[in-house]
Design a protein around this ligand. Structure first.
Ligand SMILES: Cc1ncc(COP(=O)(O)O)c(C=O)c1O
Length: 372
């Protein structure tokens, strides 16, 4: 039996009738741009996260960029980001006109290491973007303490962490603002691009609402930078259907992750951490092996889909290395990128499929592909 890394078709087959009705309603109303479904999704998602406001935008990257802009981050400023993340985290700072400054990650949780943030702070530092990577919240209390001490704003990169909790608080309600992605593979994914900002700051929410819509503070009053980053009503309609099932889908991911963890415990691979008080939502179930490439090749051979999120830390991406060799600068992130492997994970995956994957990993690790 083949086990794909992800399956986007089963979920849509299950929800087809509801989604069709929702899309038909948009067609009947014709409110394609910032229509009723966008406003309702914003209210529902804000309530879900425990934030006062949500503003629908066209991608997770836009959500982060507009959050920074609305919080006053711009040219000449520095924004602290983890070295191990998807490049869009750093790109948000770049697009806002600022400079991303990388910080290494924690070797156990793989999220930004709060103990290293202070060393990266200069008089130009304005913001920190902690990333709730793979669905595990970053250590927000420690990060907020540093931010408060240095008068910095905190924008959560929650693009992979819809529904995750940190000491009882949902991601999206902890920092000054948060950006979520609705990219189709995400825990709450649309059928195309989309994103949303959450914040409890009324002024920030108003600024983002204007920025996403050609800088308009009122109809035909273009007071701010005239960008277009609107979420469209068709995506919002689909996302409203799926939001109703998000907790169920998260519960399924957590159940499958626990099954993986039970089956893989004792093998020579490192498993994802979930410190006390954290609720991981397993956007990705990622393991580490010192023989990652051989393990991945074996799984491919046996029909198991895997991927590497991400093969290179951001400071080594050509755009951010500025033609210089920055290898060695963030050794934890670099080592993680050499060892990580994402296993099949989606709510409709079965326990039997998890058992197949785990059995193949066990076979691969004995004796020729021995990992850590
Ligand atoms: C951690 C992280 N940040 C930012 C983004 C950007 O989201 P989008 O692809 O919707 O722009 C993504 C998703 O791809 C992500 O995984």
């Amino acid at each position: 039996m083949n086990v794909p890394l992800i399956d986007l078709t089963t979920q849509h087959r299950n929800l087809r009738a509801e989604i069709n009705l929702a899309l038909q309603a948009v067609l009947d109303r014709g409110d394609f741009i910032l229509g009723q479904d966008v406003t309702r999704l914003e209210d529902e998602f804000a309530a879900y996260c425990g934030a006062k406001y949500a503003i629908g935008v066209d991608s997770g990257l836009s959500a982060l960029e507009l959050s920074l802009r609305a919080l006053g981050v711009g040219a000449g400023d520095e924004v602290i980001v983890p070295a191990h993340t998807f490049t869009a985290t750093a790109a948000a700072a770049t697009l806002a006109g600022a400079t991303p400054v990388f910080v290494d990650v924690d070797p156990q949780t793989w999220t930004i290491d709060p103990a290293r943030i202070e060393d990266a702070i200069t008089e130009r530092t304005k913001a920190i973007i902690p990333v709730h990577l793979y669905g595990l919240p970053a250590d927000m209390n420690a990060i907020l303490r540093v931010a408060e001490k240095h008068n910095l704003v905190v924008v959560e990169d929650a693009c992979q962490a819809h529904g995750a909790k940190y000491h009882g608080q949902r991601t999206g309600s902890i920092g000054h603002a948060a950006g979520f992605s609705f990219y189709p593979t995400k825990n709450l994914g649309g059928c195309g691009d989309g994103g949303i900002v959450t914040t409890s700051d009324e002024k920030v929410a108003g600024t983002i609402r204007a920025l996403r819509n050609c800088g308009q503070t009122a109809k035909n009053v273009h007071e701010l930078l005239p960008l277009n980053h609107r979420l469209d009503s068709m995506q919002a309609a689909i996302l409203r259907v799926k939001l109703k099932y998000l907790d169920e889908m998260v519960a399924s991911r957590r159940r499958l992750a626990a099954h993986y963890t039970r089956l893989l415990a004792g093998l020579s691979v490192m498993l994802p951490a979930e410190p006390p008080g954290y609720e991981h939502v397993y956007h990705l179930y990622v393991i580490r092996s010192q023989n990652r490439d051989a393990l991945q090749a074996h799984l491919k051979d046996r029909g198991v889909g895997t991927a590497v999120h991400y093969p290179n830390p951001v400071h080594l991406q050509p755009f951010y290395s500025n033609g210089t060799n920055r290898r060695g600068q963030f050794p934890v992130a670099e080592k993680i990128c050499d060892e990580i492997l994402s296993l099949p994970m989606y709510p409709e995956l079965t326990e039997e499929q998890v058992e197949i994957v785990a059995a193949e990993i066990a076979t691969a690790l004995v004796p020729s592909v021995q990992g850590r």
